[in-house]
Write a protein of this length. Structure first.
Length: 166
């Protein structure tokens, strides 16, 4: 959202930092996936942004794009968001055996490494950031996610929180 994620920061003694922003409701919806190469254990980060809420068709388009990168197929490990549940049914009909699905337990975001991607972007790289408009937010978020995608050690660290082995 265009509202800043306010975090603690440093300032000279007696000079409280002040954020000037206004109540704006514009938002971006972002979908992402972390891939793990079965042989080399190389990690990849894929994402897509749009200015409307993500729906089952958008999830299906994103998964189809992933399948373009992985012609042998994918195993999708998903949370139980309704968009994922309805989107997987459509994917199964469209791609058959190229898509296998595993479900995370309900209400367990701490087991999802992709949640760590969002935590890192939101609370580390973009904390206290006040965008000028939605395009500025999209640019900075794209920069943040692209930077994360290039850092293997950082992506591996996202699997440490849920204690998953890569």
């Amino acid at each position: 959202m265009l509202q800043p994620t306010v975090r603690r920061t440093w300032a000279p003694r007696g000079q409280t930092p002040i954020h000037y922003s206004w109540d704006r409701r514009d938002r971006l919806s972002v979908i992402s996936a972390i891939s793990v190469s079965p042989r080399r254990h190389k990690l990849g980060l894929y994402f897509d942004m749009q200015d409307a809420n993500i729906r089952a068709d958008d999830f299906g388009a994103f998964a189809a794009e992933l399948l373009n990168h992985f012609p042998r197929g994918v195993i999708l490990i998903l949370d139980r968001w309704m968009v994922h549940r309805s989107g997987v049914k459509r994917l199964g009909k469209r791609f058959g055996r190229r898509v296998d699905t595993e479900w995370l337990p309900a209400y367990a975001p701490e087991l999802n490494p992709v949640e760590q991607v969002w935590n890192y972007s939101k609370y580390s790289q973009l904390s206290n950031f006040i965008p000028d408009d939605i395009d500025h937010l999209a640019y900075m978020l794209d920069t943040s996610l692209t930077e994360q995608a290039g850092q293997q050690n950082l992506l591996r660290s996202f699997f440490q929180c849920p204690r998953l082995k890569v």
